[in-house]
Design a protein around this ligand. Structure first.
Ligand code: GLN
Length: 505
């Protein structure tokens, strides 16, 4: 079967269940695809062909034994390189962790293994998940499969590019300010940030602990729901983890237009209009119109404090990051650099030389910003104020969800920009997450769903769906229903229109 790699995860799971294909064949097909296209895409930092095939063999044996057959048994997956994987490199896209091989698996990886999902490898990302383009990776950028000259979003551009280029049916991302949803939008794929605490953070290298959340990266809403089901649930190793799992695949499967009837959809006034590319706006408006046609009641809602979300985020995130990254001290993990010309360097000198050599410019920028914001005398003026804004944003959400069951907005203000275009302009880069950051600050779940191609450049646009905390299910029912209507309109998946990337080998 030559088109194995183009199957959705759900379809592949069905083919595996029917005995039409083995996990070894499916995994090998994806490894072959990686060999063929990843030289151009660079979605992966590390491919574990032997490990993946061994896990696939085990999955096939488990299926043959027949007792315990989880739904995604044998379906391979790619994992963002910020997630600790036992015996597999975990670099976070940073030189400072070059060569670090964790001695343990993150809880979500333990769950993937328990579900029998072979891990194909680790995906590229902006260094320590700081960025919106994957250009801040110390190992070179990932290229958007729709146009290799363009960015695939970030920080999880590797995971989204991998599913877009059919190198993996599913991937894991992490979203601190939009790093699952914004790459989903600019690659025409589906990305879900669960409710904060919905997926254990144990074993994720922390960026900003109060914002970080891992979630599914997929090509369809159902696939995202199936993966979310595997990784969600309470974990005693993460004190912020909540017990919430189950049922999403059946909701995604059952979603019909009828379920949209009477649904109250809130269009967030502050997340649209000026600053959003014309084609992003028109595809968004069309998607909202589809919801109206299917019987939804659309209201405009106002979230007046969202205007300050970006400012608050860029104080809270660097503050937490500066503290979290203090552990990279040359003593415990990865890189160690002795300062040249210093005969008996002190621990502090080694630490300083290592951090100078090991961290990239964006990471240093944020460490300096965060250290400053937390310093005595400034704490109340910056960090304290940002936390107050955070509360106001949560209250805006509460009020908005009083008027609407779900909120919608464009996921990102523009389609994929060209590699290099915003690299020297940190503030322009930060603006990519203007629509995604409020959800992280409030801990609510969000999904990005492809809503079409922008007429002016032919590149994918995403619509963001937001639900109240713990109501992740609404993302799947509304997302699946809207996806079905959009597919009807397009006459097939959006990704069918992406370049095939076939290269001569
Ligand atoms: N682009 C945002 C940032 O640079 C989001 C990052 C993320 O979600 N990890 O902080």
């Amino acid at each position: 079967m030559t088109d194995l790699v183009r199957l959705s995860a759900a379809a592949l799971a069905e083919a595996l269940g029917a005995g039409e294909v083995s996990s070894v064949e499916a995994t090998q097909a994806h490894l072959d695809r990686i060999s063929a296209v990843d030289g151009a895409v660079h979605a992966f930092l590390h491919v574990d062909a032997d490990g993946a095939l061994a896990q696939a063999t085990a999955a096939d044996a488990r299926r043959a034994a027949g007792q315990d057959v989880p739904p995604l048994l044998g379906v391979p997956i790619a994992v963002k390189d910020i997630v600790a994987t036992k015996d597999l490199p975990t670099t976070c896209g940073s030189k400072i962790l070059d060569g670090w091989v964790p001695p343990y698996d993150a809880t979500l990886v333990t769950r993937l293994r328990a579900a029998g999902m072979p891990i194909l490898g680790k995906t590229n990302m902006d260094e320590f998940a700081m960025g919106s383009s994957t250009e801040h990776s110390a190992y070179g950028p990932t290229h958007n499969p729709w146009d290799l000259e363009r960015i695939p979003g970030g920080s999880g551009g590797g995971s989204s590019a991998a599913v877009t280029a059919f190198e993996a049916p599913l991937a894991i991302g992490t979203d601190t300010g939009g790093s699952i949803r914004q790459p989903g939008a600019v690659t025409g794929t589906v990305g879900v940030k669960p409710t904060y605490g919905g997926v254990s953070r144990y074993g994720l290298v922390a960026l900003a602990s109060s914002l970080d959340q891992a979630g599914p990266v997929a090509r369809t809403v159902l696939d995202a729901a199936m993966l979310h089901d595997v990784i969600a649930g309470h974990d005693p190793m993460d004190s912020t983890s909540i017990d919430r799992s189950g049922g999403w695949p059946s909701m995604a499967n059952a979603a019909r237009r009828a379920e949209i009837t009477g649904l109250r959809v809130g269009v967030v006034k502050e997340l649209g209009g000026e600053g959003y590319q014309a084609g992003v706006r028109s595809r968004f408006d069309e998607a909202v119109q589809l919801l109206v046609d299917a019987g939804a009641e659309v209201v405009e809602v106002s979230c007046p404090h969202f205007e300050y979300a970006l400012g608050a985020y860029y104080l809270i995130l660097p503050s937490e990051a500066s503290s979290n990254l203090a552990k990279f001290d040359a003593m415990r993990y990865g890189l160690r650099v002795e300062p040249p010309g210093v005969p008996a360097p002190s621990a502090e000198q080694v630490m300083s030389a290592t951090r100078e050599a090991g961290f990239g410019a964006e990471v240093k920028r944020r460490i300096i910003l965060g250290t400053f914001a937390l310093s005595s005398g400034y704490y109340d003026a910056y960090y304290g104020q940002a936390q107050k804004v955070r509360t106001l944003i949560s209250r805006d959400f509460e009020a908005a969800f009083g008027q609407a069951d779900v909120l919608v907005s464009p996921t990102a203000p523009t389609t994929a920009f060209r590699i290099g275009d915003k690299l020297d302009e940190p503030l322009a880069m930060y603006l990519n997450d203007i629509a995604t950051i409020p959800a992280n600050l409030a801990g609510v779940p969000g999904m990005s769903l492809p809503s079409g191609l922008a007429p002016e450049d032919g590149l994918p646009v995403g619509i963001q769906i937001l639900a109240p905390a713990l109501e992740d299910a609404r993302l799947y029912t509304v997302g699946a229903a809207l996806e079905a209507m959009l597919l009807d309109r397009w006459g097939g998946p959006l990704l069918d229109r992406a370049p095939s990337l076939e290269v001569s080998v």
